[in-house]
Ligand binder design. Structure first.
Ligand code: ZN
Length: 97
């Protein structure tokens, strides 16, 4: 195996996978579904996942795949997280008093 070869293709696949993920915000895809869309092997996509998951833009987790609807290891654009102040029991009690 040529050294660095897999890494180079993983980068290219990573860029294309990132494009697909950005086109579908709110959707998660497993390696097999992304591989199908990109016409590459699931193994190559898995390798690309490692690079994508290292960025803040994408998250990896066990969740439902938007492609095959199975619950498995997926990657997606990081869900928007809002810093909502916690409405705690205490706050509710204070309000009642
Ligand atoms: Zn899938």
């Amino acid at each position: 195996m040529r050294e660095g070869g897999l890494e180079i293709s993983a980068t290219r696949i990573g860029i294309e996978a990132a494009r697909v993920l950005r086109d579908h915000p709110g959707h998660a895809f497993c390696d097999e579904c992304l591989a199908q869309r990109l016409a590459v092997s699931a193994r190559e996509v898995r390798y690309a996942f490692i690079a994508l998951a290292g960025s803040h833009e994408f998250d990896q987790e066990t969740w439902f795949c938007s492609g095959c609807l199975a619950q498995k290891h997926v990657i997606h654009v990081a869900w928007l997280r809002f810093d909502v102040p916690h409405i705690t029991e205490e706050a509710t009690n204070d309000w009642r008093e």
